[in-house]
Design a protein around this ligand. Sequence first.
Ligand SMILES: [Zn+2]
Length: 68
Amino acid sequence: MAFFCFLVDQTRKVRSFKPVAGSCSRCGGGASVANMRTSTRFCYVPFYWKSWRAIICTFCGAILKSYR
Ligand SMILES: [Zn+2]
């Protein structure tokens, strides 16, 4: 029996964040500058990831601004 795995998924993790001045345009919650990590997995094996910084809302999780 052959088993084919086509599953590719991407997970986004916030590794650390600290509050900054500003508020969310969607919910009015507090904004934070966060170190994010996006990892792409194929068959549950991570094969690509990158770190990036973004300003996110700590309340609703919206990305307000991202730095590439
Ligand atoms: Zn928000």
